[in-house]
Design a binder for this molecule. Sequence first.
Ligand code: MG
Length: 320
Amino acid sequence: MMYTEAFLKDKIYGVYFWGAIGDALGSPYEFMSPEEIAEKHGSRFEDLENYYHLQEEWTDDTAMALLLSESLLECGFNYRSQMEKYIQWEEFGYKSMHSFPKGIGIQTEEMIVRYLQAVNEEIDYRPREIDLSNQKKDSNGCLMRLGPVPLYYFDDKKKAIQASIDSAKTTHNTDMCREINGRYGRLIRNAVHTSPLEISKEQLLENEGALTPLDSVNTMLQSYKTKKAEEIKADGFILNSLEGVLWALQHGNTFAETLVEAIKLWRDTDTTACIVGYVAGGYYGFSQIPQKYLDGLAGKELITEQAEGMLEHVKKLMKK
Ligand SMILES: [Mg+2]
């Protein structure tokens, strides 16, 4: 299939910007209960004006996606480069709006400490299977930064899936995290290769099959479809996070609706809305983002730099 430059730009910018806007819109609500959100904004959730907090700025989700993006564009898929960039962010707020790593997850922080301890002894860094028994090890920190990975392998679905799996390994190297990253990477990949004119959202979200047999994931991929909002627990556990994301994608049909559906699930609001944004932005495209959200978005130049770099990379891939 031939893609025009306009098509590629719409898809690639869509992934970066919907993700960042979702993160920024969701972040003020991360630690609020549904009652507190309702108290602040009334019981109606339809109007995204109530969520117009872009100046609150995006958090770790977008920062880590930009770091991963920059690493891919500089040297292809390289674990050590990815970790080195995560460390620069952790130490100095590199590629973010702050001098500190706003919103950094416990698991990510733990693995950065371990990497720094190990790096002097190891000549060739390889991520290790996580041996922690804490429940945070299956957290959504690897899913929140995934957007750029399937874009980088735009012309090769197999590589896009494998790199999505591998990108979990630096900080979240567990069966569950690898499986979910692979599946969601595949979904982002499918979203950017089509459009609402070609296939319906229901078709897009249809389960394409497991990558490894993890029953809990397979069960969720069916059960989310019939659940009510109050039955969804979109917290930091990666399986719950993906359930919330799919639920919001299923229930929202526009830019505003999709992000509101994600945010009204409360709990990990910035991450749910950010991850939703990767697929929604890839599917609906950058052109569907109302201008006012772009106008209000903090740190646009950091996001544009990566989106532009990725577009140039993908254009070269498609010319081969
Ligand atoms: Mg965050």
